[in-house]
Each structure stands twice: as C-alpha cells, then as structure tokens.
Design a protein around this ligand. Structure first.
Ligand code: HEM
Length: 394
C-alpha cells in the first residue's frame, strides 16, 4: 500500500490542501487570491502532486494523518471510478462538506443522504434545465447595460462584471422581482464567509434566518420565467444555486480573459482554473484499490488542477483547447465532477456563461491572455481595457 512519508504528507498539506483552504473553499478571499497569483501557488501544488504520483502511484496515496484515513488519488482511471461509484460506496456528503455547508444550506442535496438525497437530486435535475428560463433574453438585457458602462469607463473590471452577473443570477433564479435585491446575495456572502471556516465558526442563526426568510419571500412569488416557478419544495435547494452561480461568474470572467467563446469556452475556463479544485468522497464501506483495501470512512481527495494541467499526459495542458470537448476525454478532466453526482447545474451554467460571452463580445473585443496560461489566475484583479480598436488585458 502506498503510504506517503511524513515529509511528503507535510508537502501535500502545505502545498496542496492548505493553500486551497486559505483561498476560501466556499467564497474566495481577495487578499489570499492575490498572493496565490503572485506566487503561482497552483503550479507548486501541481508539481507536488506529480512528485507524489511518480514516487508512489498509481495506487491512491494515503497521508499520514492521525484520526482520519485520507487517500489522495493520482491515477485518472481511479478518479473515473470514484465518481462513477457515487454516492454508494463513495458518498458526496463527507464530514468536511457537512461542516461547511450547514452554515447556509443544511438541506442541500450535496449534504443529503439516502432517500432524501435521491428526492432532492431529482428535483435539482428537473428544475435546473436551461430551457426552463429565458436565459438569452435576461443575459442580453444586463449585458447591454454593462457594455454601456464599459464603453463609458473604458474598462471591464471584476466589480462591474460581478454586479451585472448577480442581477442576471437573481433574475434567472428568482425572477425580475429579485433583480436589485443585493441584500439577499450579500447576506449569503456573509454566511459563506463563515462556511469557509467550516467547523471552526459558530453558526449565525439570526443571519441565516434573515437570509432564508428573504429568499422564501421571493420564492413565494413563483415568478414565471424564473427557476422559482418550477414545481417542488425549492427552499432548501436555492441557497446552493445562488452560491454556485458565483463560481459560474468567475469562470465566465476568466473565459473573457482568454478570448473563449461558446460552451466549450466555458468548459475550458473551468478546466484551466477549476472552481471546485478539491472533489471529496467518503467511503461507506471498505474498498479495494490496486490490490489493497482502504477502510470504511476513508476520505478520498481528487485535486483537479493536477489532472487538468498534467503536462506529462496532456499536450494541451496550459493552453486554451476547446476542441478537446468534442471527443472522448481523459476520465479525470472533471470541472463539473462526473458520474451520478455530476453538477446538475452544468447545462444552465454553460448556457448562461456562453450567452454572456456572446453578448459582451458583440460590441467589445478582448485581446486574450496567451499560452502558456498561468496556473493561478486571480479573477478579482482582471481588468480589461476597452478601446475603440479593441481591448487589452492587464
Ligand atoms: C462554473 C460553475 C459550476 C461548477 C464548476 C460546478 C461544479 C460542480 C461540482 C464539481 C460539483 C460536485 C461537488 C462534489 O462532488 O462535492 C457540483 C455539484 C452541484 N452543483 Fe455545480 N457547479 C457550478 C455551478 C452550479 C450552479 C450554477 C448550480 C445551480 C444553479 C449548481 C448546482 C449544483 C448542485 C445542486 C450540486 C450538488 C449535486 C449533488 O449533490 O448530487 N452548480 N457542481
């Protein structure tokens, strides 16, 4: 069995897992993101993972951590298996996820188990269809406003992009009546900041209740042309939708910065800079890997930036390569996860993100970052200067 040395365990903790936690798993921290970009912390993390694979692989590498069995996957085929065999015996609802997500979505599908999980998963799959909402019309409206703003100030910044993005998101999820309700998404952001601290932060019951009350008021309108009009008990699921649309905005902004277009462009942005860099599963029984058994309750860690940017295996690792999405791919290229736990919002994200790229590119042209693309890209600091002749990214 591959058990990492103490030194290698320390390296994985210091170079892979701690920086991921520090950037903020639930909501990104701007200061840490800036530092991470400066030091290109993902490059170090990916190199550390390559070392682990070369020294111990291809079997899962167990870390020397007391009190918890933790196995890091290094073989792409194992990633395919882990995701295909979820939620049994590889549960999505791990201890760590439950601790983090209880702060704002204790009834979300991702932290549900058994029959409740099945029911909630079905509800998410049927509600989150892009054809349930006039995505293009909503995006076009808000993108027109943003384009005018960019024309007048001469640049597109994360701040102006994200304001437009949240208006799009609130309209898609809750309807036009929620378009300007910044308080709702600000409260959610505060709850997510607590969630970054998982076990360590006390739950702010008052804030959570205020957020949920406000959200339920919007949901009660069941506004036509929004996800809120979908049948079923949405109240426990919508906090995840709003939370996850933040990642979709980040992916769309980065896609603009590399000159990406279409759904493959959004997928590429998410491959190059995965917004769920760590996919976790917890085994519900002992499982067999490459000739050895790993105990029940082992936490499996998939660090996706390593698999998505592994230059030993992928000739396109560090460039924009939309063509890869037309053909069968490596089973570990999973920006939206895979198997039965695959992101049920994927198609909606692709529709919203690509409509935004189309609408903004109609009047603005962006000079793209070129290969080799950086391994850490701080979206907060992206500024795209618009000129009548075109635009440049700095
Ligand atoms: C760029 C944007 C997004 C990315 C990259 C993404 C990626 C992912 C990934 C990797 C997972 C699996 C997490 C895990 O296994 O622990 C997931 C789960 C999920 N995502 Fe997304 N997501 C995005 C946006 C969205 C949006 C906008 C929604 C809803 C509107 C959404 C709804 C969900 C739900 C409900 C789950 C839980 C699925 C389950 O437990 O079976 N996601 N997503």
């Amino acid at each position: 069995m591959a058990i990492s040395s103490r030194l290698d365990t320390t390296r994985v903790l210091a170079a892979v897992l701690l920086p991921t936690l520090a950037k903020g798993v639930i909501v990104r921290r701007p200061g840490v993101m800036a530092l991470a970009e400066k030091t290109q912390s993902d490059a170090t993390a990916i190199d550390t993972m390559r070392h682990l694979r070369d020294r111990y692989g291809p079997e899962p590498v167990r870390l020397r951590i007391t009190g918890r069995s933790v196995a890091v996957l290094v073989d792409p085929a194992d990633v395919g298996r882990l995701l295909a065999e979820s939620p049994e015996p590889f549960a999505l609802a791990t201890k760590e996820k439950k601790a983090a997500l209880r702060h704002f979505q204790p009834h979300g599908v991702l932290v549900s188990e058994g029959e409740a999980r099945e029911r909630r998963r079905e509800l998410n799959e049927s509600a989150l269809r892009p054809e349930n909402v006039p995505v293009d019309a909503i995006v076009r409206d808000e993108a027109d406003l943003l384009t005018r703003h960019v024309m007048s100030t001469g640049e597109l910044t994360w701040d102006s992009f994200s304001q437009a993005w949240w208006r799009i998101v609130r309209r898609i999820v809750l309807g036009d009546g929620a378009r300007s309700d910044d308080q709702l998404t600000d409260d959610l952001k505060a709850l997510r900041q607590n969630a970054n601290w998982a076990f360590l932060h006390p739950r702010q019951r008052g804030l959570r209740e205020r957020f949920q009350r406000r959200l339920d008021e919007h949901l009660e309108r069941r506004e036509e042309g929004s996800l809120a009009a979908q049948p079923g008990d949405l109240s426990g699921q919508v906090p995840h939708w709003l939370f996850a649309f933040d990642a979709a905005g980040i992916v769309t902004m980065r896609a603009l910065a590399i000159g990406a277009r279409g759904t493959h462009g959004i997928l590429e942005s998410a491959r190059l800079w995965p917004t769920t860099p760590v996919i976790l599963r917890e085994s519900t029984k002992p499982t067999h890997w490459h000739g050895t058994w790993l105990p029940k309750n082992t936490e499996f860690v998939v660090f996706t930036p390593f698999f998505h940017r592994d230059e030993d295996r992928l000739p396109y690792a560090d460039r924009y390569a939309p063509e890869i999405w037309d053909r069968p791919r490596d089973p570990a290229i999973v920006p939206f996860s895979g198997g039965p736990g695959v992101c049920p919002g994927r198609d909606l994200v692709l529709a919203t993100g690509s409509a935004t790229l189309d609408a903004l590119s109609e009047h603005l042209s962006f000079l793209a970052l070129s290969a080799p693309l950086p391994r850490t890209l701080n979206h907060f600091a992206l500024r795209m200067h618009a000129t009548p002749m075109g635009t440049r990214v700095s």
